[in-house]
Design a protein. Structure first.
Length: 221
């Protein structure tokens, strides 16, 4: 994964990020390892690349953001507790979270509603050689019916309420990680499908961009 000249400096700043994630309570060794390996700087504009290993969200255009590394690590850790093999991600964005998941599970299916973001995410993921990822332009409210069920579903934009199309696509024994609520602050929830039905728990308060309806194709496309 040595792209765009990752040198010692970049590895040192990534190691520092991993230490910070551990201090904040991320304790799954495989999640910490992956956070230390996936080059976040290739998922942001070159002008922001020097801030890529700060623990903060960054703007990525189209009114969207790349999530804060701590939140990516936390959501990934919560999902991995169920050892999923097939995972649906709603909200590809830059593809950074997708790349993290691709290192940990067999197959990642990711849906994005803004075509321009999807095109760039596809390029970046192919540079990294992530071959177990499928991306699709679509409205993630509907999930990815043809590929369901999934052992894990990770939603990286906030719906006001949990979309039933998504819980319907969750396998028994599977877990969905999703921020739920109106703009401003949301509750990060885990929703487990048990043999007896859905069980949900709130983990903490978070801030995500809203999950929006419909798709935004590229102009002239
Ligand atoms: N996981 C991303 C974070 C992206 S921010 C990353 O690591 O970069 C949330 C993303 O969700 C945005 O790209 C936004 O366009 C997308 N999104 C919002 N509503 C959506 C919907 N209904 N279906 C699919 N994607 C959606």
């Amino acid at each position: 994964m040595d792209v765009r000249g990752i040198g010692m400096t970049s590895q040192r700043t990534r190691d520092r990020l991993v230490r910070r994630l551990a201090e904040r309570g991320i304790d799954d060794p495989q999640v910490l390892d992956v956070m230390g390996r996936v080059p976040r700087h290739i998922f942001v504009d070159e002008a922001l690349a020097h801030r890529a290993y700060e623990d903060s969200a960054l703007p990525v255009g189209h009114g969207q953001t790349i999530s804060q590394p701590f939140i990516v690590a936390l959501m990934t850790q919560l999902l991995m507790q169920k050892h999923p093999r097939r995972v649906l991600e709603v909200g590809t964005g830059t593809g950074y979270q997708t790349a993290v998941l691709a290192e940990l599970v067999d197959s990642v299916f990711s849906v994005e509603r803004i075509e321009a973001l999807l095109v760039r995410a596809r390029e970046r993921l192919s540079v990294l050689g992530a071959t177990n990822v499928r991306l699709r332009l679509g409205d993630g409210y509907a999930g990815w019916r043809n590929e369901a069920p999934f052992d894990g579903i990770l939603v990286t934009a906030a719906p006001r309420e949990i979309p039933t199309a998504l819980t319907d696509q969750l396998a028994v024994g599977g877990r969905m990680v999703v921020p739920v609520g109106s703009s401003g602050t949301q509750e990060l929830k885990i929703i487990d499908r048990t043999p007896d039905g859905l069980v949900s728990e709130t983990i903490e308060y978070v801030r995500f961009v809203p999950l929006l309806k419909g798709v935004q194709p590229m102009e002239g496309g």
